[in-house]
Design a binder for this molecule. Structure first.
Ligand code: NAD
Length: 504
């Protein structure tokens, strides 16, 4: 089955990513070989890796087969006993040196991210540090899988609850954070004592394969961390079918998450899902306008809008609506669009043409239904994967953008009158990943922190993610949590042990 890759041959920026990749001291980072059972497999068949800004092929990656995946599962299963037997501190030391190697190679990894994913290099560098942070966090957290002792309800008995590694895990990861979404899952699985097999998004195989090189150098044993690139359905089928895969972690769209949950049902895997979002960003008219604009800009346009935490519906109270729209439009006009490898770019290309097309469809739909559009960047003509940062005002709940996740640099601004009304409108959506509230009233902030239906809420801040926080969503935004002390639970089983008859 051929992979669908964007090939649109934009004349702008031709050769830029290739030149950067050619300059990397680590040639093995661009070899595109999969890591299966301790061996680097170039693959009989290879798929192109494409620069999303230009549509140019910039490298190739192995197209692994179902048979390769079966081999990987067997190797992971073989590696499990020795890995789980290591003391948590010894596993932690290996995971920590993996993080150090990531930081040592930060610039090279960032170039890989920007070349195949498209985000600006400064953001790519932040992603490497963010991604290494999960390894550091879990290196330590693995030592804290305490379990508990329960005051006994039976005479002469001792009741214990232990946390034990669940077995072989699999991760299916997205292209928007091609490094951090792997380390957030793998760091946790490894710390819990579980081997993990990663199937990265076909758009961003190089990042995943470079991580595998560094994991091997850090001393992660054969079979414990494997990366197989190729076609999503072909490679996920054996993972779903095989009862030896005990945990499955996925980040991506709700549609695919639903399919994987169904597929995992036969073998009753422990499934954790980080899916789509549709974050409400609520601004009350008691706030400092400048702070609200700054927050909305960060929450909407980071990662060029391709972020599940992105502010999808910006609700602004009537009293400051007009002033907010003007100031927000002016701030958006300052954003620089271009190739992520150019200096000072804020907004890169969409990684996938389908995402850019979805943005355009939402803009057209909103215009047809009466929204007003502000975009200083129209006609930039950089190529089909580029979406100029756009503000849509006078958006109403009937428009597509108010109902569907955008995943691009298009900001929808809606007005509201009362607190009660905005809470009802914010919650009237099947997604519940993140939310944001800007207000100067402590009482209101406390009320809304209870009422907004989401897994993560920022009050007067657009920035709250990181290794210590439980990342995850309510409703159709997902199942389970990643990061934080709660993350380990996705890769561990509880075992209750009752010691009875303890009389001397
Ligand atoms: P997607 O869900 O199709 O892709 C995510 C991962 O799932 C990739 O590794 C992909 O190869 C894999 N995948 C796709 N179809 C599969 C299948 N049938 N079986 C097994 N694995 C499969 O996401 P997309 O189409 O690339 O992006 C579309 C939308 O998904 C975005 O617009 C956004 O709404 C959402 N998304 C969310 C996140 C997130 O961080 N939560 C990340 C990426 C995409």
């Amino acid at each position: 089955m051929p992979l669908q890759t964007a090939r649109h041959n934009s004349p702008h920026f031709t050769g830029l990513a290739i030149r950067h990749l050619e300059s990397l001291p680590r040639r093995d980072f661009v070899a595109g070989a999969a890591l299966i059972d301790g061996r680097w497999i170039a693959g009989e068949q290879r798929d192109p890796v494409v620069d999303p800004a230009t549509g140019e092929p910039i490298a190739e990656a192995a197209r692994c087969s179902e048979a390769d995946m079966n081999q990987a599962i067997a190797a992971a299963e073989r590696s499990f006993a020795a890995w789980r037997e290591l003391l948590p501190a010894s596993r932690g030391a290996i995971i920590r040196s993996w993080a150090s190697l990531m930081l040592e190679h930060l610039q090279e990894l960032a170039i890989l991210v920007t070349s195949e994913q498209g985000k600006p290099l400064a953001e790519a560098r932040q992603e490497i540090a963010y991604g290494a942070g999960f390894l550091e966090w879990f290196a330590a957290e693995g030592e804290r899988a305490y379990g508990e002792t329960i005051p006994s309800h039976k005479p002469r008995s001792l009741l214990q609850v232990r946390m034990q590694p669940i077995g072989v895990a699999a991760a299916i990861t997205p292209w928007n954070f091609p490094i951090a979404m792997i380390t957030r899952k793998a760091g946790c699985a490894l710390a819990a004592g579980c081997p993990i097999i990663v199937k990265p998004a076909p758009e961003t195989p190089l990042c995943a394969l470079a991580l595998a090189r560094l994991a091997e150098e850090a001393g992660v044993p054969r079979g414990v961390f494997q990366v197989l690139t190729g076609h999503p359905i072909e490679l996920s089928a054996p993972l779903l079918r095989d009862a030896r895969i005990r945990a499955l972690s996925f980040t991506g769209s709700t549609e695919v998450g639903r399919l994987l949950l169904e597929g995992a049902a036969d073998t009753i895997k422990k499934v954790s899902l980080e899916l789509g979002g549709h974050a409400p960003f609520i601004i009350f008219d008691d706030v400092d306008l400048e702070k609200a604009v700054k927050g909305a800009l960060a929450a909407k346009f980071a990662t060029s809008g391709q972020d599940c935490l992105a502010a999808n519906r910006i609700y602004v109270q009537g009293g400051i609506y007009k002033a907010f729209v003007e100031a927000f439009a002016a701030a958006i006009a300052e954003l620089k669009v271009g190739h992520g490898l150019e200096p000072e770019v804020d907004i890169g290309p969409m990684t996938k043409l389908t995402v850019a097309d979805k943005c355009r469809t939402q803009i057209d739909d909103a215009l047809n239904k009466g929204a007003r559009v502000f975009s200083a960047h129209r006609g930039a003509g950089l190529g089909p994967n580029f979406v100029p940062p756009t503000l849509l005002s006078d958006v109403t709940e009937g428009m597509l953008i108010a109902r569907e996740e955008t995943f691009g640099p298009v900001a929808a601004v809606l007005s509201f009158d009362s607190e009660e009304e905005v809470v009802a409108r914010a919650n009237a959506n099947e997604m519940g990943l993140a939310g944001y509230v800007y207000t100067d009233s402590l009482r209101r902030a406390l009320r809304l922190s209870e009422q907004i239906e989401c897994g993560m809420l920022g009050i007067n801040t657009a920035s709250f993610t990181g290794p210590p926080i439980p990342f995850g969503g309510w409703k159709q935004s997902g199942l389970g949590r990643e990061g934080s002390r709660h993350g380990l639970a996705e890769y561990m089983e509880l075992k209750y042990v009752c010691f009875g008859d303890l009389e001397a």
